[in-house]
Write a protein that binds this ligand. Structure first.
Ligand SMILES: [Zn+2]
Length: 68
């Protein structure tokens, strides 16, 4: 089972196709095309890093006036 290390497949971040990194000059992408697309997406800001969801009102209840 020592062949496992040479057959590592990882999903291409762009198209999700399982891709071997072995001898892959475009890793983690499957091909130059995907790598170019990904870089292009970043440069054009198509990739939007999801911001942290805003805390909804209600969680901010301080309990003020909670006298007995
Ligand atoms: Zn790909």
């Amino acid at each position: 089972m020592d062949m496992l290390m040479t057959m590592v497949l990882r999903p291409c971040p762009c198209c999700r196709i399982p891709t071997s990194w072995e001898g892959n000059a475009f890793k983690p992408f499957c091909s130059e095309r995907c790598r170019t697309q990904d870089l292009g997406a970043w440069s054009s800001e198509s990739y939007r890093i999801p911001e942290k969801p805003q805390e909804e009102d209600g969680e901010g209840w301080t309990g003020e006036g909670e006298g007995d």
